[in-house]
Design a binder for this molecule. Structure first.
Ligand SMILES: Nc1ncnc2c1ncn2[C@@H]1O[C@H](COP(=O)(O)OP(=O)(O)OP(=O)(O)O)[C@@H](O)[C@H]1O
Ligand SMILES: [Mg+2]
Length: 319
């Protein structure tokens, strides 16, 4: 079998940001941030509220200008030729950009015409996206009458209208119901299988772990760690987690019997303890509780643990 590849830019780097900074007044939203997104991957930007994710996506899309640094998309300097870049990408930013007086279908058709789609392809794509996002039930209602979740569906549908080579999604599944969230995940996997590149943000670490080949964890406008979710988990924390409610006082008594002290992380009363084999710890907690069985969750360590450990909560012995 001969595999014929289309022209690829700059050894398959689709997005390249080098030392990009952006200041709003006295707030440094993005601070010397660099990242490279390779062709055909799903790349996730993760970070707490205000970390600089949306600002970074807006600069990559060319609607916010960086104060310094360089951004190339498909090898093109976004500052020099934003139109050439935008024709090849689809975007759903955090704020939906919809024409409120028009129906869902009319929005798709206007957007398709903007991208120079002609009949019958225009109608075919609009219909396919209406079916996929189950927007048909909304009939001819103007967008302003749709619920928040349906407006979000339409915003994502619009970003797919021009069959983008690069899809940028800012918190795409926030506000979507569980069935549509699952459908969107499989759509993203299909797009990737067809060769598209996806750059997304999410606050759902399970979503990032399932979808993303690479994630960058951003805090204070800087990338503080980057890698495959499984590599970040393996590099930072032990394999298993025991999770339970416990006061700081109880914790220090409990840990007295364990040497060396394991990695652990506290969020309020919730304590997570990380060990490669948690069986002896569980026995120790049961002995400590003397027959009063507290509820314990024992689970594999996940990306959320890494995220919390890196972005800050009260930690001890972690990373
Ligand atoms: N247009 C603006 N004017 C002033 N400050 C801004 C503007 N846009 C963003 N900021 C500030 O820049 C910082 C980064 O904001 P940004 O929206 O990029 O964060 P985020 O990581 O997307 O957060 P969230 O998870 O809440 O969406 C914040 O402190 C925010 O208040
Ligand atoms: Mg944001």
């Amino acid at each position: 079998m001969t595999l014929v590849m289309g022209p690829r830019t700059e050894s398959s780097v689709i997005v390249e940001a080098s030392s990009v900074s952006k200041r709003f007044g006295n707030r440094l939203a993005v601070d010397q941030l660099s990242l490279r997104v390779s062709a055909g991957v799903c790349y996730g930007l993760l970070g707490p509220n205000g970390a600089g994710k949306t600002t970074t996506l807006r600069m990559i899309y060319g609607v916010t200008r960086p104060d310094s640094g360089m951004i190339r998309v498909f090898g093109i300097d976004i500052d020099r030729d934003p139109r050439a870049v935008r024709a090849r990408l689809g975007v759903t930013l955090q704020q939906n950009a919809l024409i409120e007086e028009l129906s869902a279908e009319e929005n798709l058709r206007v957007f398709g015409r903007y991208h120079l789609l002609r009949e019958p392809e225009l109608s075919r794509r609009a219909r396919e996206l209406i079916d996929f996002f189950e927007l048909g039930s909304q009939g001819r209602s103007p967008v302003r009458q749709l619920s928040g979740g349906f407006q979000r569906r339409l915003a994502i549908a619009l970003s797919l209208m021009n069959r983008p080579e690069l899809l940028i999604l800012d918190e795409p599944t926030t506000g979507l119901d569980p069935a549509l969230r699952l459908a969107l995940w499989s759509r993203i996997r299909d797009l990737k299988a067809e060769g598209a590149t996806v750059l997304l943000t999410t606050h759902y670490m399970d979503e990032a772990q399932r979808l993303c080949d690479t994630v960058a964890i951003i805090c204070g406008g800087k990338v503080i760690d980057e890698g495959a979710p499984s590599d970040l988990i393996a590099a930072g924390l032990a394999r298993e987690t025991v999770e339970f409610d416990c006061s700081p006082g109880e914790e220090s008594v409990l840990l007295n019997g364990i040497s060396p002290h394991p990695q652990r992380l506290r969020v309020g009363r919730r304590l997570m303890i990380y060990m490669d084999d948690t069986s002896s710890l569980i026995e120790h907690i049961r002995d400590f509780d003397r027959g009063q069985r507290r509820s314990l969750i024992v689970r594999p360590t996940n990306l959320e643990d890494v995220f919390l450990a890196l972005t800050g909560t009260s930690l001890e012995g972690v990373l």
